[in-house]
Write a protein that binds this ligand. Structure first.
Ligand SMILES: CC(C)(COP(=O)(O)OP(=O)(O)OC[C@H]1O[C@@H](n2cnc3c(N)ncnc32)[C@H](O)[C@@H]1OP(=O)(O)O)[C@@H](O)C(=O)NCCC(=O)NCCS
Length: 229
């Protein structure tokens, strides 16, 4: 399958809704007014991955710029995204690109599309001279291990490369580090039980030494993914 990444357009909505339904069956999809709002406030931060032969939308990423000083680590996805509308987008004061969504169609996963979407995000951050990307990585595999380990133990095992999580291991491979662990990030998520890691990728072009120091020191350990870019 040949795939091209491009900025999203309003006309992509049916394809995005179909993609959501395939990735999260039975859950509400992005709504048309939300996707339109993203395009109104920050068109450069919205991407789709399109199958160049069939024109099917097989991936998407949605982002906004936050002034992180306005938020605590403990806030949840609805706070960071203004209920999915991105109307809190703040390019004047913000230096954090917030990754609100990334998804790849199940039949297209494992073919490098998620990686391509993240490469576009990093490119935009460098072009806009932003400091970092932050996101919440829901601990999708945690539910299976919840009886054995605390979420913290689970995350430490992922960082050390002893265990794979379908979401966080992917993010660690994209050069992200874990800053902290939060509960109640996504309500009604039986896979993660609501737990997520707040993760960060720093733009080395503009960062100062102090910018690397934020977050819980417990998670600042090297693992096999530490040198990922
Ligand atoms: C997470 C997701 C976006 C990854 O996209 P993808 O296109 O499958 O990922 P890629 O093929 O680009 O893989 C990139 C790297 O991550 C690794 N990876 C991807 N999925 C993985 C998994 N389930 N477990 C371990 N590693 C994984 C790949 O092996 C690859 O590693 P490499 O660079 O060493 O080759 C995709 O699986 C998805 O949409 N999942 C469901 C939605 C979701 O959880 N989104 C994140 C919400 S926070």
């Amino acid at each position: 399958m040949t795939v091209a990444i491009r900025n999203s357009q309003s006309s992509d909505y049916p394809g995005i809704a179909g993609l959501c339904a395939a990735v999260y069956p039975g859950s509400p999809t992005w709504q048309k007014d939300q996707i339109q709002s993203h395009l109104n406030v920050f068109p450069q931060g919205q991407w789709v991955a399109e199958n160049t032969s069939t024109k099917e939308i097989v991936g998407m990423a949605a982002s906004l710029i936050l002034n992180w000083d306005d938020y605590d680590f403990e806030e949840n996805w609805r706070d960071f995204t203004d209920h999915g509308m991105f109307t809190n987008h703040d390019p004047t004061n913000g230096k954090t690109l917030y990754g609100a969504e990334v998804m790849v169609h199940p039949k297209a996963q494992g073919q490098g599309i998620g990686k391509m979407l993240y490469a576009e995000r990093r490119k935009l951050v460098r072009e806009m001279k932003l400091l970092r990307i932050r996101a919440g990585a829901r601990l999708r595999g945690y539910g299976t291990y919840a009886k054995e380990w605390t979420p913290e133990e689970y995350v430490l095992r992922l960082i050390r490369g002893e265990l794979f999580d379908p979401t966080l291991t992917f993010q660690l491979k994209q050069g992200f580090r874990v800053l902290s662990l939060v509960s109640n990030y996504l309500r009604h998520d039986p896979e993660s039980l609501g737990f997520a890691a707040v993760i960060e990728w720093i733009n080395d072009d503009v960062a100062k030494p102090i910018d690397y120091l934020r977050g819980n020191p417990k998670f600042k350990i090297d693992g096999p993914w530490s040198k990922a870019k």
